[in-house]
Design a protein around this ligand. Structure first.
Ligand SMILES: Nc1ncnc2c1ncn2[C@@H]1O[C@H](COP(=O)(O)OP(=O)(O)OP(=O)(O)O)[C@@H](O)[C@H]1O
Length: 202
């Protein structure tokens, strides 16, 4: 039985869109298929920009002992000079508000700070599509807001398109748009003004 059907979505550059839906509606499956982490058993997937997936638990993503080394890690596959690596790392950390943690051992960071380091790693690789899987599940309110604001800032400054899977309706107020899934399909799309109406009438 198919899990997903006709899931077509467009997130404009420089915007953060949320993907909502009840448990089992297919959000994570869709995100992983878009990221190339899962292959569809049939059908075709098109994603027209370099993309990066950020996991719910940053400990599944962070591999190096310091913030600087971790953000630089993914750049090893490009042919960059040491200066170019340094520039990309500092620009990416700046856009998520983590510049001052450059030399910090990763294990001394909070969950939200680790999430921001993981996002910086994706940005440093110049990915233009960020796929974010329930990043705030394990975070307190302060870290939750810090991570969302970091993503908002980085999508705007780096002209990235971000798709954010969440269960938390309170996060909708940060979104430029949203898709709602049900039973493996995208059943509704909301732009910024529809979200504002929805939140007013909730
Ligand atoms: N590897 C798999 N093999 C078979 N079925 C799967 C697999 N992974 C997920 N499913 C099924 O696909 C459907 C969608 O699951 P998915 O995890 O994408 O939903 P979700 O909307 O992300 O749910 P949640 O909000 O609980 O995380 C569910 O019915 C699930 O049981």
């Amino acid at each position: 039985m198919p899990i997903l059907r006709n899931c077509e979505l467009r997130v404009p550059e420089g915007q953060l869109w949320m993907l909502l839906g009840p448990n089992g509606s297919g959000k994570s499956t869709l995100l992983k298929i878009l990221a190339g982490l899962l292959n569809p058993t049939c059908g075709t997937v098109y994603v027209d920009r370099p993309k990066s997936f950020v996991f719910q638990n940053p400990d599944h993503q962070i591999v190096m002992p310091t913030v600087e080394a971790d953000v630089a890690f993914g750049l090893g596959k490009f042919n960059l000079t040491a200066e170019e690596v340094q520039n990309r790392v500092s620009k990416a950390l700046d856009s998520v508000g983590m510049s001052r943690y450059l030399k910090r051992p990763v294990q001394t960071l909070s969950g939200g700070q680790k999430q921001r380091v993981a996002i910086a790693g994706a940005l440093a690789e110049s990915c233009k599509v960020l796929l974010l899987d329930e990043l705030t599940t394990f975070l307190d309110e302060k870290d939750q807001v810090g991570v969302i604001k970091a993503v908002k800032n980085s999508v705007a400054t780096e002209q990235v398109a971000a798709l954010w899977v969440t269960h938390r309706l309170d996060e909708l107020k940060y979104a430029d748009g949203a898709f709602c899934m049900e039973d493996g399909r995208i059943v509704m799309q909301m732009d910024g003004s529809s979200i504002a109406n929805f939140l007013r009438n909730r």
